[in-house]
Design a protein around this ligand. Structure first.
Ligand code: CMC
Length: 430
């Protein structure tokens, strides 16, 4: 018999169905709670609220487990490519050889921006944050591909928009960087694979082609794979919420980019490196920063630590830390920020304040040091996160569209404002 949960209110008992996930996660389905009892649930920050059922990513935050479509992220990072991971997330299974070849080829085909779109870049100030440009440009794709933005697109149209987005996001990101340093755009190169093509658009200059280094490509690949999905985080929930009103994929993802930009979410990778720079300026006095983060009267936080879901070491941070050491050694870079980061991590892991709250390094703690070693400027770090998260956003939007249970997202509230009062004309107000 299906399990039910009983709730007793004012002597009357109500029953609510229990939903069980494939990893035995349990939820109480309270969708009828209000109509049957007139109560709603209150859960600020949705810390304990499931908004959907999803078959994309599994996380066990207590054990530090992350799996894409059932495959441990450690295996994906070691053996897969970013393009293959995107296929896995968006289509639900690993592609056969010919499917993978065709998928890669479709990214090559769609990498160029519409020539009119390039004009937009000219209008932005060089100091404009690249996340502002990225979100505006991604939303603008809706204007250039009207055939893909119907309220009820076909599966083929969804796949076409997805490929357009996954491919063009690199070009938009690289152009926003070139604009910020006042250099000419470098066109996508059809002979290059996904990541080399991006690096070439970022770093090639007229008469000075960028030399592709396989270790740099591998490090960036691992980073993008590790960022590819993380179930119902702030930006992905935003994409689903916006999409639930039948807004198109480009508009929904553009909103997700804005949500990601915040320093508590994807903007944290930029903040981490800025925090480490500050610590360096202070002669490596990390104690001062730790004390400030522990001070109950201060809002200051150690960036790159803590996570809503992980109450154990973030499995992504473990891999990224290794990659950072490997890449910096290979490139012969001695970055004093890596030493400060290691010292900070050691001090935090020994500190009771952080231990009691189960605060560990997260995905953003070491990633910036890899981007920095590659030559990517600090304000582009959240853009790199956005490129990585693109397959996840698309997969969730697609899943949300296909789910017959999807309804427009519309939380309730508990009103705490004034009760009924009469309007007072301006001349009678005190
Ligand atoms: N430094 C100092 N104290 C912290 C930190 C931190 N980084 N993170 C959480 N705390 C404290 C917080 O003050 C609270 O203490 P108390 O119980 O005494 O009030 C307790 O730990 C629980 O924090 P919370 O704010 O209730 O936790 P949350 O789940 O709402 O927030 C978080 C999660 C990631 C926003 C938060 O840990 C944070 O602000 N971290 C720093 C920013 C950061 O690194 N963000 C990247 C997250 S990983 C990438 C991604 O997916 O976005």
């Amino acid at each position: 018999m299906d399990e039910k949960i009983k709730l007793s209110i004012d002597g009357k008992t109500y029953e609510f169905p229990v939903i069980v996930g494939s990893e035995n996660e349990k939820a109480i389905d309270i969708s009828k709670l209000r109509s049957e009892t007139s109560f709603i649930t209150l859960d600020p920050g949705f810390g304990n609220t499931g908004a959907c059922s999803s078959a994309i990513t599994y996380i066990d935050g207590d054990k530090g487990i992350l799996r894409y479509r059932g495959i441990p992220v450690e295996q994906v990072a070691e053996h897969s490519t970013f393009v293959e991971t995107a296929y896995l997330l968006v289509h639900g299974n690993l592609p056969a050889k010919e499917q993978l070849r065709a998928y890669s080829a479709s990214f090559t085909k769609h990498a160029k921006l519409h020539k009119d779109m390039k004009n937009f870049f000219a209008g932005y100030p060089t100091t404009g944050h690249p996340m502002a440009i990225l979100s505006a440009m991604v939303c603008s794709l809706s204007a250039y591909y009207p055939e893909l933005v119907k309220p009820e697109p076909t599966p083929e149209e969804i796949d076409e928009s997805a490929v357009q987005l996954l491919s063009k996001v690199r070009t938009i990101a690289a152009y926003s960087y070139k604009k910020s340093i006042g250099e000419h755009f470098v066109e996508p190169n059809d002979d290059l694979a996904y990541i080399p093509n991006f690096l070439n658009m970022m770093f090639s200059k007229p008469g000075k082609p960028y030399k592709i280094d396989d270790d740099v490509v591998k490090a960036l690949m691992v980073l993008l794979i590790l960022h590819a999905d993380h179930e119902q985080n702030c930006s992905t929930s935003t994409v689903r919420l916006v999409g639930s009103s039948w807004a198109n994929l480009f508009a929904s993802v553009s909103a997700g980019i804005c949500a990601l930009w915040g320093p508590l979410h994807g903007g944290a990778n930029q903040e981490v490196v800025e925090m480490l720079e500050e610590m360096k300026k202070e002669g490596g006095n990390i104690k001062k920063f730790i004390d400030k983060a522990k001070d109950p009267d201060s809002n200051y936080r150690l960036m790159g630590f803590g996570h809503r879901v992980y109450k154990n070491y973030d499995p992504r941070a473990k891999i990224i830390k290794e990659q950072a050491h490997k890449l910096l050694t290979k490139l012969g870079i001695h970055d004093p920020l890596l030493d400060i980061a290691a010292k900070l991590e050691e001090a935090v892991l020994k500190d009771d304040y952080f231990a009691q709250r189960k605060l560990y390094p997260n995905v953003d703690f070491y990633s910036g040091l890899i981007y920095k070693a590659i030559g990517i400027p600090t304000n582009m770090f959240p853009v790199m996160f956005a490129i990585g998260r693109m397959p996840g956003w698309i997969a969730h939007w697609k899943e949300m569209k296909a789910d017959p249970k999807t309804k427009i997202g519309r939380p309730r509230q508990i009103y705490i404002g004034p009760t009924m009062q009469d309007y007072v004309p301006v001349e009678k107000r005190k």
